[in-house]
Design a protein around this ligand. Structure first.
Ligand SMILES: NC(=O)c1ccc[n+]([C@@H]2O[C@H](COP(=O)([O-])OP(=O)(O)OC[C@H]3O[C@@H](n4cnc5c(N)ncnc54)[C@H](O)[C@@H]3O)[C@@H](O)[C@H]2O)c1
Ligand SMILES: O=C(O)C(=O)C[C@@H](O)[C@H](O)[C@H](O)COP(=O)(O)O
Ligand SMILES: [Zn+2]
Length: 343
């Protein structure tokens, strides 16, 4: 697996890491916000490098941006010994890593995640890719970065709603694997967390799961709890004025999939209520018209966990325990969305 470095001084640790690497040229990929807020934190003492900046946002995690990144790599004449640094959130890591790992059949890259979401989840485990024709992460590969350097320093400029979005993946880690972690999160309240220990704990949960099943043949599917319906909401509203951040969509996914967990894997009614109350308290209730529901449900048919015409979910049997490959019918998905609307 990739090496993960928890840094208390990103400038020093990144410089130290790079001094131990052999590469022909160094290229940075950033979005417009991380160029403004994060690049200055590492610039001083960074060896000679080129950079590419794309417009921030999930709407740009697509083939058009990849084409521009590949063109930039080509124009620079990057060879196969070049090294890429992805400086940004999950969008930069997923897309920058995908471009690096496909350019000339793959050049090395490291991730320097700058959002809570990418520090606790997206930068670890080698899932890379882009959205395609309205489907989330539809085109991609599994390739691990050379290393991930995680520093809390970046969180100072992160907007609060982005911090809250990342927190949804933290809650997911507790719900699928660690009941005690989940309860400890509830006790402190989301804004009062000790982010350093949260990041370390969540990374250790994700790393442990991924190390047992790097390419999602089975167990890794538990990391997808909340994502079958969550991704459908995220995709459906992507380019609209109702657009949801990834974690906000996953919060909706975790509520609807907690409902399905009662139906399919025996999660208690009390736990469904505990989970949905907690998530609504943090994320509020997302309002959407009934007429959208059919199309949202149909997006689940392209989920990567599906087999033939079976829509497979990862569902909880208890808080801290998750099962995978649970087929769910379209009417049951509809009922889970009705449940969400009734809250
Ligand atoms: N590969 C994986 O395992 C995995 C896991 C979870 C999520 N994801 C993907 O990650 C993406 C979501 O990641 P995200 O929430 O980090 O989104 P993001 O990369 O779009 O970052 C969120 C926003 O914060 C800005 N930003 C980033 N760091 C900042 C900083 N330090 N200061 C100020 N602004 C900053 C960005 O410019 C952007 O506007 C989704 O595409 C999701 O599908 C991938
Ligand atoms: O690492 C994983 O595995 C995950 O499922 C983590 C998710 O939080 C993440 O959003 C991932 O990108 C979803 O993957 P996908 O295969 O459903 O696109
Ligand atoms: Zn996710």
């Amino acid at each position: 697996m990739e090496s993960i470095i928890f840094s208390s001084s990103i400038k020093i640790d990144l410089r130290g890491f790079l001094s131990r690497q052999k590469y022909s040229r160094l290229g940075l990929i950033m979005d417009s916000n991380t160029f403004r807020d994060c690049y200055p934190l590492i610039l001083d003492g960074l060896p000679d490098h080129d950079y590419y900046v794309f417009e921030a946002g999930e709407v740009n995690k697509n083939l058009t941006t990849c084409t521009k990144i590949w063109q930039w790599m080509t124009d620079l004449g990057l060879d196969r010994k070049a090294l890429i640094i992805n400086l940004g959130g999950g969008v930069t890591g997923d897309m920058g890593g995908f471009c690096a790992s496909t350019y000339k059949r793959g050049i090395s890259f490291i991730n320097v995640p700058t959002t809570l979401l990418s520090q606790v989840d997206a930068s670890v485990g080698g899932k890379l890719g882009i959205d395609f024709n309205g489907y989330k992460n539809h085109i991609g590969v599994f390739t691990e970065p050379l290393a991930v350097l995680i520093s809390e320093e970046f969180l100072k400029t992160l907007p609060i709603e982005e911090l809250r979005s990342g927190y949804a993946e933290v809650i997911k880690h507790g719900l699928i694997q660690h009941a005690n972690y989940y309860s400890s999160l509830l006790i402190r309240g989301w804004e009062n967390q000790d982010w350093k220990s949260i990041i370390e704990k969540s990374v250790s949960i994700k790393k442990e799961v991924v190390s047992k099943d790097p390419k999602e043949a089975g167990l890794r599917k538990i990391l997808n709890f909340g994502h079958t319906i969550g991704h459908a909401f995220e995709s459906f509203y992507l380019d609209t004025d109702r657009h949801l951040l990834h974690g906000e969509a996953i919060a909706i996914g975790m509520i609807t999939e907690a409902y399905l967990s009662e139906l399919k894997t025996g999660l208690s009614k009390d736990d469904v209520k505990l989970i949905s109350d907690a998530l609504i308290q943090i994320y509020g209730k997302f309002d959407f018209p009934e007429k959208d529901v059919k199309e949202i449900i149909s997006l689940c048919s392209q989920d990567k966990k599906n087999e033939a015409d079976r829509i497979n979910f990862s569902l909880l049997s208890a808080i801290g325990k998750c099962e995978y490959n649970i087929p769910v019918a379209l009417e049951e998905i509809a009922a889970s969305i009705t449940f969400y609307k009734s809250l």
